[in-house]
Design a protein around this ligand. Structure first.
Ligand SMILES: [Zn+2]
Ligand SMILES: [Zn+2]
Length: 337
């Protein structure tokens, strides 16, 4: 099969012929119909941590073409599905509770352990696979993953209706948090984002106000009755931002960190202590978050389409991937192999 293969840091992906995946007993093979390009792929490709030969791509939907002998879920050839891009052991308590990402034996797809979906076919776990409901095409199916990240973050924040939130960064995760914060009844959703095009996307997806950067939010937050919002979501993941969020947070409020920062960072814990802040770090989602996201898209109650800025074929993926490394008007780019 054809796949877009990572060969070396800071070099374009290469379209190569690689062996088709074969399913283990509890696995499925899915023909990839659509796969989103994720910011963490861009980070990984430049970080020097990915092995040569790795196939990325963890936001996908497609059609089941092979079913392992012991696969669960009653899947059949031709079923339209998406999947959590990780394969857990399938038998431990966390796997059985629908949270395979937290399985002690989990293997992650698309970031160097298991192959991802920048390819014609991908192997997934039957336990991690979710059917696309009626009315959901593969492009929306591929958006379930980034949207589920936002849903999980908002749930972990314990957001109550009527609360005010700020979202730092309007990349796909910040936009997904914006959408779900509005869905769960936030009174106000203030989004900080330097790129004008992404501020417009935030407004289309539920922001009630936008500013061009976290520091520009300070005067707006100072006007709020409690001196800030109830929850600040950090959705960027660069050094310095956590400290900045702590500085902007109101006393006894929460800072939820969804941005993945892999560099050392310094901030002053005392600044959080005097405000009695709650800090919550969040990773990924559970299977239920995929199911709810898909159902809400199918019934038209959420619309993630404003975040999609381009659709390309597999042959154009390396070029689109390079383009996303430079600041541009692009946000979520979908690949249709
Ligand atoms: Zn991702
Ligand atoms: Zn497990």
């Amino acid at each position: 099969m054809q796949a877009a293969v990572f060969r070396a840091a800071n070099q374009p992906l290469v379209i190569e012929d690689v062996p088709d995946p074969t399913p283990g007993p509890r696995d499925l093979v899915v023909e990839v119909k659509c796969c989103g390009i994720c910011g963490s792929d861009l980070h990984a490709a430049s970080s020097g941590t990915l092995p040569s030969g790795c196939i990325m791509g963890h936001e996908f939907a497609g059609e089941v073409v092979e079913v392992g002998a012991e696969a669960k879920g009653g899947f059949e050839r031709g079923d339209a599905v998406t999947a959590i891009p990780s394969i857990g052991c399938g038998v431990c308590a966390v796997c059985l509770s629908g949270d395979p990402i937290r399985c002690p034996r989990v293997e992650i797809m698309g970031l160097g352990q298991l192959p991802g979906a920048y390819a014609k076919y991908v192997r997934v776990g039957s336990n991690e696979t979710v059917r696309l409901p009626e009315g959901i095409d593969f492009r929306h199916g591929a958006l379930a993953e980034p949207l589920a990240v936002g849903l999980y973050a908002v749930q972990r924040a314990g957001l109550s209706p009527g609360q005010e939130v700020m979202v730092v960064g309007a990349g796909p995760i910040g936009l997904a948090v914006t959408l779900w914060a509005r869905f769960f009844g936030a009174r106000g959703v203030l989004v900080s984002e330097p790129a004008e095009g992404r501020r417009a996307m935030a407004e289309a997806m539920g922001a009630t106000a936008t500013v061009d950067g976290a520091s520009s939010a300070a005067p707006i937050l100072a006007e709020k009755p409690r001196g800030g919002v109830d929850v600040i979501f950090e959705c960027v993941g660069v050094p310095g931002l956590l400290g900045q969020c702590v500085g902007l947070a109101a006393p006894r409020s929460k800072v939820v960190v969804a941005g993945l920062c892999m560099q050392p960072d310094t901030w002053v814990p005392g600044a959080a202590l005097v405000k009695e802040l709650q800090l919550q770090f969040v990773l990924a989602y559970r299977k239920d978050d995929f199911a709810l996201t898909l159902e809400m898209m199918a019934s038209g109650r959420i619309d993630p389409w404003p975040m999609v800025t381009d659709e390309v074929g597999l042959a154009e993926l390396p070029e689109a991937f390079e383009g996303l490394k430079k600041p541009a008007a692009q946000c979520k780019v979908l690949v249709e192999p």
